[in-house]
Write a protein that binds this ligand. Structure first.
Ligand code: GLP
Length: 263
């Protein structure tokens, strides 16, 4: 895992947006895996800015979102479909057919999950997967105890996640109890993963993800087995890391190397 510790949440967004932008410029018909939550919002704002200034074209890009609440329609303002329209899709030139978010209203949820996996495969797999992290260490909605080999499926949310996400709803009782989520196994097949985290409330989950054992109790820790993952955190989210100085040294060396190898 490459661990990048930035000074601020803004710098995290900038780092991640730069990587996505570079990827899209070099591979215009790439497949992006996208995430919701407050953490990637700054990244999406920066991507929109780059698109508006004319330096980023999404016309050939395909996207797949990680997850969706069961029972919320796309017009519900807390559905992840709505979130993506509001915070990214409607502001850039992605075509409607090339964006995919699981359908929380699908009548046959099991076959919808299978079709979602098939659609990812048919698109050639995910090149770059953006990930946030829950305070319980989940990626997408892979709650503690999820199989590290899991595929897209239905998942019951934990009390911790329901409580964390209640801030977006009228009250806790309005938070859906079920979600459709890509599995840990699905995420692990992405060619590159970018996990981002900001704020003190993520510090424990980040420490466990990077420095703890690989365990289904912290599903993000499976990324230790992923050959190409970058974890990007601000100082607060990285505050519990025990090997901070080493990650900083490695990052400086990495940046030096990138500079001397850029034509
Ligand atoms: C939800 C999403 C996750 C996201 C997490 C953190 O649980 N399913 O994909 O990473 O929230 O959200 P936030 O960035 O708002 O802390």
């Amino acid at each position: 895992m490459r661990v990048v510790i930035e000074n601020s949440a803004e710098a995290v967004s900038q780092f991640v947006a730069d990587r996505i932008a570079q990827w899209v410029r070099h591979h215009p018909s790439c497949v992006l895996g996208l995430a919701t939550g407050s953490t990637p919002l700054g990244t999406y704002r920066e991507l929109i800015r780059l698109h508006r200034e004319g330096s980023l074209d999404f016309s050939a890009v395909t996207t797949f979102n990680l997850d969706e609440y069961v029972g919320l329609s796309p017009s519900h303002d807390q559905s992840y479909q709505y979130f993506m329209q509001d915070n990214l899709f409607q502001h850039v030139n992605l075509s409607a057919e090339s964006t995919h978010v699981p359908d929380g209203l699908a009548t046959d949820l099991a076959s919808h999950c299978l079709q979602y996996e098939e659609a990812i495969r048919d698109a050639g797999g995910i090149d770059l997967q953006l990930l946030g992290i829950g305070t319980d260490g989940h990626i997408a909605f892979n709650e503690p105890g999820s199989s590290l080999g899991s595929r897209t499926r239905l998942k019951s949310l934990t009390h911790e996640t329901i409580r964390d996400n209640a801030r977006f709803f009228e009250n806790e009782s309005k938070v859906p109890r079920l979600a459709i989520t890509m599995g840990v196994g699905t995420i692990m097949e992405a060619r590159q993963c970018l996990l981002l985290a900001t704020g003190e409330n993520k510090a424990e989950a980040i420490q466990a993800t990077i420095e703890g054992p690989v365990t289904a109790q912290i599903t993000a820790s499976a990324l230790q087995y992923h050959p190409n993952t970058i974890v990007v955190v601000d100082e607060a989210a990285g505050s519990r890391l025990q090997r901070k100085d080493y990650y900083r040294e490695v990052e400086l060396a990495q940046l030096e190397w990138e500079k001397s190898n850029t034509p």
